[in-house]
Design a protein around this ligand. Sequence first.
Ligand code: ADP
Ligand code: MG
Length: 299
Amino acid sequence: MMLTLDQVTKTYRTGTLGGGSFTAVDRVSFAAGKGEVVSLIGESGSGKSTIGRMVLGLTPVSSGALTLDGRPVRGGREYYRRVQGVFQDPFSCYNPVFKADRVFAMIRHAYHPRVPAGEWAARVERAVRDVRLDPGAVLGKYPHQLSGGQLQRLLIARALLLDLTFLVADEITSMLDASTRIDVLNLLADLKERGLGVLYITHDLSLGTYLAERTVVLRRGRVVERGDTQRVFGNPRHPYTRTLLASVPRLGAPWTEADPVTECAFHAAGGGGAGALRETEPDHFVACAQLPDCGRNAA
Ligand code: ADP
Ligand code: MG
């Protein structure tokens, strides 16, 4: 399994007459393989959910190539067997008048109509246990009778009943309390062990970031830095990444301003034009911090 984004761009039409346009995602490239968690981090409005929706085939790519195993992503039933999304607000994903088991019945109807009822019930039970829930305690309940963490896990269980290979997790822990958040992250770690690829979208440096072997830092639709998580956060080269790191509160540590950038890592490594990234060490890419003025400053 390999999900690849190559110079992916999304331009939304804006204005009542559709005359304007806004580039929410600008030439973004990264890839995620089997059992790999990639975290996509950036402040609100940086284009993270747009990338998630494109990966899910819910919104078309304006330019560039988005492929799963070499084939362009277009959505559709066969695609959704393999790729699913879980979102911030688990309540919004459930119809309030359906009990939880109805959600699973709908999956059977849509994806596994030939599976006999008895076998389907056994599969549902296994999936629910896999997300560490007690089937007897959750299946007969309405969404309002379940907690946010339980709904989130049921969504993951639902995804497990498909032939899931890739999960888009968009701010899934933002609305959960600290202990439930850790439970859901442990669950993601289990899924990763089973070989599932995950795009972990987050607006802050949360615990989930540490599950990811790769990190993509997004700012205003552009990748400013990406690569091996340890290298990106251990040796951040872009001022925006440094600011993100400096904004993580540390117990006992006084708040300090990120170090001023004394050299542009991008041009120090011989970087090119806007939108390009430079590999400053193996699997650690950085964009220019000062384009379009950087070259002039350096001269
Ligand atoms: P994030 O998830 O990082 O907060 P989004 O991908 O939701 O960012 O949004 C990125 C930018 O694109 C924002 O400025 C947002 O207002 C804009 N945007 C998102 N969806 C649409 C849309 N359907 N039409 C126009 N602009 C949109
Ligand atoms: Mg979002």
